[in-house]
Ligand binder design. Structure first.
Ligand code: ATP
Ligand code: MG
Length: 389
């Protein structure tokens, strides 16, 4: 009897044509996640098996992998009735339960006993050898037996995986990552759909501090648990912000500032050959996130902008932030460039022509070019588990 991990694939099984690509990427992601662990991996179109010395450690790591429907600790035995019986008893002797039921799946149709009949036979054998009762409706334990051509697999518990698509299968997006609650959640949700991430953070020293920057790097490290490839691009934004405050009516500063952020994001996506811009905007949350504001701001780019939390309530976003472990870091009280010069009455219905007029007041193109040329790239991020997880 050999102990191993069985992985059932997530939603990828619905994508027939892309299935091989999906599975290969999932394997690649698991391989890079397990780079420092001793293990062997085997897979086919339906499932994957991993053998390892430290099974619990591997399972813990697999809990962060998108594209996995469920993770099962299982036992592989030869398809031989006596051997199956003996293994069942060995496995069940290690588990505390009063009631059970057996479920057999006969994937190998050449096996001569039907699934129902085999469950009944094994149930009777367990009753005889382990002090327990059968309960087909609400058992403490479901004993699963899968008879396949190459072997038979026995298992009793199945841990739900994260689901979603393998990270990277949809390319890479540029996440505008601030120190707030929303954008890390937006990043997590994008990873879940198979979009890998690079992050873009705008800093305005000395108006924003090194602590604010470190907080963003920490947030990126936490979501990096689900990717392993995330980099943070830090954009020096001070000169642009100061030019805006010098030249633009106070009510429009946030609108113009966000148009500048989008212009820079657009350029970075193009230069790095990424696919989309992603951010944590949520409809109606603040003045710059009314539909009218969004369209005036969005006007500077023709790239798709994905807003995964656009339609979530703040409480729903907080709930997710808590679950993925970013909340406690997000609420640390360091300032963001959006909050340092917050105007008293930001416009909620900005007019595009006015924005264009204000932007003629200063040479924003060369300031943007300079900012992009001075981006600091932070790679090799930790894959940092939050204390909460
Ligand atoms: P909060 O959780 O407080 O709303 P937030 O980060 O969502 O924080 P918003 O003012 O709502 O702050 O900004 C909307 C979006 O714009 C953010 O989710 C983020 O994607 C982007 N953004 C804001 N500030 C920055 C920044 N300094 N660097 C990069 N992206 C930013
Ligand atoms: Mg927000």
């Amino acid at each position: 009897m050999k102990k191993l991990i069985l992985i059932k694939y997530g939603e990828l099984t619905t994508k027939k044509g892309n299935r091989n690509l999906f599975i290969k990427l999932l394997v690649k992601n698991i391989n890079s996640l397990l780079k420092n662990v001793d293990y062997k991996i085997k897979y086919d179109r339906v499932r994957m098996y991993i053998e390892a010395d430290d099974i619990d450690l591997v399972i813990q790591k697999l809990n962060n992998v998108f594209g996995i429907h469920s993770i099962v600790k299982c036992y592989k035995v030869n398809t031989n009735i006596d051997e199956i019986k003996q293994s069942l008893i060995t496995v069940l002797n290690d588990i505390k339960f009063d009631t059970f039921k057996v479920e057999t799946k006969r994937a190998d149709k050449s096996f001569p006993i039907s699934s129902m009949e085999f469950s009944r036979m094994m149930g009777a054998y367990i009753l005889k050898n382990v002090n327990s009762k059968v309960d087909v409706h609400h058992p403490d334990l479901v004993v699963k037996i899968e008879i396949r051509t190459e072997a038979t697999y026995i298992y009793t518990d199945e841990i739900m995986g994260l689901g979603g698509y393998p990270v990277g299968v949809q390319g890479t997006g540029l996440l505008m990552l601030s120190g707030g609650i929303d954008s890390p959640v937006a990043g997590f949700l994008s990873l879940k759909r198979g979009v890998d991430l690079e992050c873009l953070y705008f800093e305005s020293p000395p108006h924003t501090s090194i602590m604010a920057k470190n907080k963003v790097i920490k947030l990126a490290s936490i979501i990096n648990c689900y990717s392993g490839n995330i980099k943070v691009n830090v954009v020096p934004f001070t000169k642009i912000q100061e030019a805006i405050y010098k030249n633009v009516d106070e009510s429009y500063v946030i609108t113009i500032m966000r148009r500048m952020m989008y212009r820079i994001a657009h350029e970075v996506v193009k230069r790095k050959n990424l696919n989309v811009i992603i951010n944590g905007e949520s409809i109606g949350q603040v003045a710059s996130q009314t539909l009218r504001s969004m369209s005036v701001i969005n006007d500077v780019t023709n790239l798709p902008v994905i807003r995964p939390v656009a339609c979530l309530d703040k409480l729903e976003i907080i709930d997710l932030a808590y679950k993925i472990g970013t909340y406690e870091t997000s609420i640390l009280p360091y300032e963001d460039c959006c909050t340092v010069f917050l105007p008293k009455h930001p416009v909620i219905n900005p007019v595009l022509e006015k924005c264009i007029q204000y932007e003629k007041m200063f040479d924003f193109e060369s300031l943007i070019e300079e900012a992009i040329n001075n981006i600091e790239v932070i790679s090799n991020l930790e894959e940092e588990k939050s204390d909460l997880l």
